[in-house]
Ligand binder design. Structure first.
Ligand SMILES: C[S@@+](CC[C@H](N)C(=O)[O-])C[C@H]1O[C@@H](n2cnc3c(N)ncnc32)[C@H](O)[C@@H]1O
Length: 376
């Protein structure tokens, strides 16, 4: 893991309210509650004695402190701390100005996802990294030979990305601003992306914010899906405890239905082990990522079948039912013969699907009727 990792993960490490990240010789601490604040005289000397850092910097400027009646505190607590911290991850170096940075300076918790992502990117891929921060995903894609566009509203973070990419001779396009209008504007572009990453901030701070947050995510996902290449990969993360995997799947399902796209769940990942998930502290599971792959069969949503069946103007649709592998073959054969076919999911028993075939170009005797026999 190298010398860049989370050393203390609050409650899940038995130290409620205290977060410590190690960036090489420097520790960055966050004190989030009154208990950790009042015990400062105990944990700080112990931390210094055990880890012997060159410097300790405090970034206790999160909103949660005001709910505890605590003022914000930032600055050097011990030793020497450079103004610009060099954060290294798998050979990439990000020069992060500590005073301007978000949280403790770097999202160490996405390290394993970034490794997985880099393994999946191929030379020549087009990558859209939305909510990029300093572009730790972007830079990995660029060094694999992908062309990359990074989007974030934090201009200081995008400047770090530019400074990190220059010495490597890597060219990454950046767009500073609000993610949603940028995504909507990008939908007019011709070339779709092979990977789209959506790693928003913790949008749902409370349970009652979920309905709004889910609507917002669907809004973000719709243009993202229309920008996604066939069989492309969509990475959707939530770093909010309240927004779990089920909600991520739900918003993706809604957006996919709206866009007439189909997705497979490829992988679901959780935060890495240096950010432990304690069974006894459910809130300590906060980072979830679902990796979807676009499934290139065209579909219509359930709504189409119930309220507005897909019909070819010159024919009556026919309805077939079968299990998925058979359905896939049937679908391919109908299309090879020049027919129009639409797969409709979510109807009937689990695992079953319905297939509506508009028979326009099919040979009546050999075509859809023959294949229908095959599946029934
Ligand atoms: C969880 S961090 C992303 C971390 C990043 N993917 C990484 O691996 O380092 C969320 C990012 O979203 C950005 N952000 C928050 N709201 C935004 C918005 N409305 N539009 C664009 N960026 C936004 C923040 O500036 C922050 O950099």
């Amino acid at each position: 893991m190298g010398a860049f990792y989370r050393l203390i993960h609050a409650e899940a490490d038995g130290l409620p309210g205290l977060v410590v990240d190690r960036f090489g010789e420097v520790l960055v601490v966050q004190v989030r509650n009154r208990g950790a604040e009042e015990m400062r005289g105990l944990w700080l000397p112990a931390l210094i004695e055990i880890t012997k850092p060159a410097g300790v910097y405090e970034r206790s400027d999160m909103e949660a402190r005001s709910a505890e009646g605590l003022d914000k505190r930032t600055g050097v607590l011990h030793g020497a701390v450079p103004e610009v911290l060099k954060v290294e991850e798998d050979g990439l170096v990000f020069p992060v100005p500590l005073a301007l940075a978000q949280k403790t300076g770097f999202y160490l918790d996405q390290r394993e996802n970034r490794r997985l992502f880099e393994n999946m990117v191929k030379p020549g891929d087009r990558v859209l990294d939305v909510f990029s921060y300093v572009g730790a995903f972007s830079l990995r894609a660029a060094r694999k030979g992908a062309s990359v566009l990074a989007v974030d509203k934090d201009l200081a973070a995008l400047a770090v990305l530019e400074r990190a990419s220059r010495p490597l001779g890597l060219d990454i396009d950046v767009r500073g601003g609000e993610a949603l209008p940028i995504l909507e504007e990008l939908t007019s572009r011709k070339k779709p992306f092979n990977h789209i990453l959506l790693d928003p901030p913790a949008l749902a701070k409370r349970q009652d914010e979920l309905p709004w947050v889910k609507r917002h995510l669907v809004d973000l996902l719709r243009p993202s899906l229309s920008l996604l290449e066939k069989q492309g990969w969509l990475w959707l993360s939530s770093c909010s405890y309240h927004l779990g995997v089920d909600q991520l799947l739900e918003v993706a399902r809604r957006a996919a239905a709206d866009q007439g796209r189909r997705l497979r769940v490829h992988t679901i990942t959780y935060q890495p082990p240096d950010h432990p998930w304690s069974l006894h502290v459910p809130e300590s599971l906060y980072l979830k990522t679902v990796v979807f792959q676009e499934d290139s069969l065209p579909i219509s949503s359930n709504r189409h079948l119930s309220s507005n069946p897909v019909r070819h103007p010159h024919s009556q649709p026919r309805l077939f039912r079968g299990c998925f592998p058979v359905g896939q073959k049937l679908f391919d054969r109908i299309r090879q013969r020049g027919g129009d076919a639409v797969l409709v999911f979510g109807i009937g028993q689990l695992g079953a699907f319905n297939l509506v075939v508009a028979k326009s170009n099919l040979d009546q005797n050999r075509g859809d009727a023959g294949v229908a026999q095959h599946v029934q």
